[in-house]
Design a protein. Structure first.
Length: 287
């Protein structure tokens, strides 16, 4: 039983590593060979074929690509034996190359000028697209991030929230669930996620700098949909939704949310002030 559990855990870890490397652009055989080298090094191509499951006919081509990229190295010649670049160094190298290519891309697209489309609203299909755009929204926020979020999604976005806080971004999150600590100011009811899931599906609202919003579902099923928008009306609707949830929370739990409400309504119409003026103008006058 214990042996089966260990094997299951190992297989799960291997699968996640291979999937991650594939997302970074590694071929499946290259990912398997690198993973095999982490577990057994130095090793020959013959040994790696047996250990990784990569056919012998494909082993040496895969090893050559990894070596040309600097991700493995030859330490013996007859027979050739290989060692892997440590994972943290591979990660740093991949990140540096990606950032260099991204910088080159950003400089190149500037040459397109007005050809670049100016689209204010995008539809996002699938949970991964929703969560990737959520990270991007938080990572590029300059002043504020307001959100309504569930615990599961908050944990996935923890690093982005923490990084935003370090940059001096004000983070305010509303949730029906208890959220992880140190994400910012959290206003929540404390309902356990499992209980809430019996009634509602996972949703997410994020508003950055009062200018950009992400609104939609965050279910793990493949049909999750959301919109990312810079349309002023839709951003205001998202803020109004957050404002209502936070105001009701304050009333129900006797919490002072006035400061948060003030920040949320910075760019909304000063409704209380307008109503007060309207009331004054209709008051009977005495002479």
């Amino acid at each position: 039983m214990i042996k089966a559990l260990v094997m299951s855990t190992k297989d799960h870890a291997d699968g996640k590593i291979i999937d991650s490397m594939a997302a970074l652009g590694f071929a499946i055989n290259e990912s398997r060979l690198y993973l095999a080298l982490l577990r057994k090094h130095p090793a020959t191509g013959y040994e790696l074929s047996a250990f990784s499951g990569v056919p012998r006919s494909a082993v040496y081509a895969g090893l050559a690509r990894l070596e040309d990229a600097g991700f493995i190295n030859t330490v013996e010649i007859k027979p050739a034996r290989y060692v892997p670049l440590p994972p943290e160094e591979l990660s740093a190298m991949v990140k540096a190359r990606f950032n260099r290519h991204l910088d080159e891309f950003n400089e190149s697209v500037k040459l397109l000028g007005d050809l670049v489309p100016k689209v204010k609203t995008w539809t996002l299909n699938g949970r991964q697209s929703v969560m990737d755009r959520a990270r991007s929204l938080i990572n590029t926020a300059q002043g504020t991030v307001f959100g309504s979020i569930w615990k599961r999604e908050a944990e996935e976005l923890r690093k982005s929230f923490e990084s935003a806080k370090k940059r001096g971004v004000e983070v305010v999150l509303f949730s029906f669930n208890p959220l992880p600590q140190n994400l910012g100011r959290v206003l929540c009811y404390g309902i356990q996620e499992k209980e809430l899931e019996k009634h509602w599906s996972h949703r997410i609202i994020l508003v950055a700098d009062h200018r950009r919003a992400l609104i939609g579902g965050a279910e793990q099923s493949g049909d999750s949909r959301a919109v990312f928008t810079e349309e002023e009306t839709l951003v205001e609707n998202a803020l109004s939704n957050l404002l209502l949830d936070i105001t009701l929370l304050g009333e129900r739990k006797k919490i002072d949310v006035s400061e948060t409400v003030k920040h949320l309504t910075t760019r909304l119409a000063p409704l209380e002030e307008l109503l007060s003026q309207e009331s004054s103008s209709k008051s009977p006058k005495s002479y």
